[in-house]
Every structure is written in structure tokens, then in C-alpha cells.
Write a protein that binds this ligand. Structure first.
Ligand code: ATP
Ligand code: MG
Length: 242
């Protein structure tokens, strides 16, 4: 993926979360790290076309998006989104959760959509869950179904906002292992995460942001091994001390 930002600005009232961001970032898997309230979710929502910027624009792989409903709609179809809590529909089975966007947003034939969904559920060892409702699945299984739903549409990019933060460590591991497998198979993603181990093993690019803006970004190895700024050094030692 290649993101280009041009004077991108997002404010909430008098609070400026993104201030005239003008950068270009390239990578296959980008991990966004940083303290609470630093603007990570806000940036991800902008990158997902869910929150229009107040000023400026950005491009994904050369496709420019401004605060324009038609562009945003077209752009959103290229993106798969996974939130902290999985956002599955409680009244639909796992299979129907996966087929819903395929059928309703992308107009795919029902049988084709079900075949596609089942193939993905099998690939990730979840075929036995296909007829279960979210309440009958573990948190880790639910989150993996949510990821399958997001990748079933073959998005250009998968965006994940702390997909493991509501899970016990073992279930978080299942989800991260699945994401690592996806990255290895060529799926490109941007993930907000506190798992520095995952960031360094599965992501080739890292961005650090806090309330003062984007502090550092670049190749994972360089950023995590030898952070340039004191604020990132402090953040890394804090995370590693827990
Ligand atoms: N819809 C909103 N209305 C007003 N302020 C908001 C809104 N969304 C976010 N903010 C503010 O913007 C700042 C950045 O919030 P954001 O949720 O992006 O942080 P974050 O880095 O994702 O934090 P966390 O790690 O806790 O999820 C915070 O100060 C927050 O209070
Ligand atoms: Mg957040």
C-alpha cells in the first residue's frame, strides 16, 4: 500500500487531532502504536473513509479521497474494517455474517457468496462455526469471523483497530497468528495494536502517534530497535515493562 497525505486535518471542536499532515508512507503491513488518546482510531477512521477530514486529502495507491460523499463511498468499497469489538450481527450465523456484505453491497449471487465464505471459514479452521450465532462462539472465534468477513470482499486494504484488546492472551494469540498468516499470503493491512511483538514480527512499517501528532514512522526494525525521539523510547519501555 502507499498512502499519501496532503495537508490532512481533523479537529474535534478546538482539539486538533491531525494537523496538516503531509507525508507519504509505503509498506505491506503498517502497525500504528502510541498512547491512549493520541489519535490512532481517528486516523484509522479517516483512512477507512468513515470520518471525512476537515481539510486536506489523502490517497491510497494513487486514488485520492477528499471530503466528498461520492468519492468516500467508492473508496469505502475498497476497504475491509475490523473494530475492537467485532461488530458481528448477533441475529445472523457466522456464515450469514460473512455473506451479507458480499450479497448486499457487492451484489454477489447467494450460492457463490456461501461457497466463498465456506472456503474461507475452512481455510482458517472455522467451518464448524459456520452455523453458530456470535453468542455461541468464543471471543477469539468471533474476531476471526469478523476478519474473514472483512477479507471476503477482497479489499485493497484491511484496517484493524485493536482487534485483540477485548481478548484473553491465548485468544489474542489465535487472532494475531491468523493476521500474520494473512500478511504472509499478501493481504495488506493497517493495524492499531499494543502488541509490539506482533508489530515487529508481522509488520514491515510502524507509525508512532501521540497527542502531539505523528512522532515517527518508517521501517519496523529501525523504528522499534532505535527510536529517535524520547517520547517513543518512553512509550516502548512502558509497554515492555508490563
Ligand atoms: N467523536 C469524537 N468527538 C470528540 N472528540 C473525539 C471524538 N473521537 C475522538 N475524540 C478525541 O480525539 C482524541 C483522539 O482519540 P482517538 O480515539 O483517536 O485516540 P486513540 O489513540 O485511538 O486512543 P485509544 O488508544 O484509547 O483507543 C481524543 O482526545 C478523543 O477524546
Ligand atoms: Mg483507539
Amino acid at each position: 500500500m502507499k498512502f499519501e497525505f496532503n495537508e490532512l486535518t481533523v479537529r474535534f471542536g478546538s482539539q486538533v487531532v491531525l494537523n496538516q499532515l503531509t507525508e507519504s508512507i509505503e509498506g505491506k503491513a503498517l502497525a500504528i502504536i502510541g498512547p491512549s488518546g493520541g489519535g490512532k482510531s481517528t486516523l484509522l477512521r479517516v483512512l477507512g473513509g468513515l470520518l471525512p477530514a476537515d481539510e486536506g486529502k489523502f490517497a491510497l495507491n494513487g486514488f485520492w479521497v477528499e471530503n466528498n460523499e461520492q468519492q468516500l463511498n467508492e473508496y469505502r468499497k475498497m476497504i475491509g474494517f475490523v473494530f475492537q469489538s467485532n461488530g458481528l450481527f448477533p441475529h445472523l450465523t457466522a456464515l450469514k455474517n460473512v455473506t451479507l456484505p458480499l450479497i448486499h453491497t457487492f451484489g454477489m449471487d447467494r450460492q457463490l457468496a456461501e461457497d466463498k465464505a465456506m472456503a474461507l471459514l475452512k481455510k482458517f479452521g472455522l467451518e464448524d462455526s459456520s452455523h453458530k450465532f456470535p453468542s455461541q462462539l468464543s471471543g477469539g472465534q468471533q474476531q476471526r469471523i469478523a476478519i474473514i468477513r472483512a477479507i471476503a470482499i477482497e479489499p485493497k486494504l484491511l484496517l484493524l483497530d485493536e482487534p485483540t484488546s477485548a481478548l484473553d492472551p491465548e485468544l489474542a494469540y489465535e487472532v494475531l497468528a491468523m493476521l500474520k498468516q494473512l500478511v504472509e499470503s499478501g493481504v495488506e493491512l493497517v493495524i492499531v495494536t499494543h502488541h509490539l511483538g506482533f508489530a515487529s514480527n508481522a509488520c514491515d512499517t510502524v507509525m508512532y502517534m501521540d497527542e502531539f501528532g505523528i512522532g515517527e514512522f518508517g521501517k519496523t526494525e529501525e523504528i522499534l530497535k532505535s527510536p529517535n525521539t524520547e517520547r517513543l523510547q518512553r512509550f516502548i519501555s512502558k509497554i515492555l515493562s508490563i
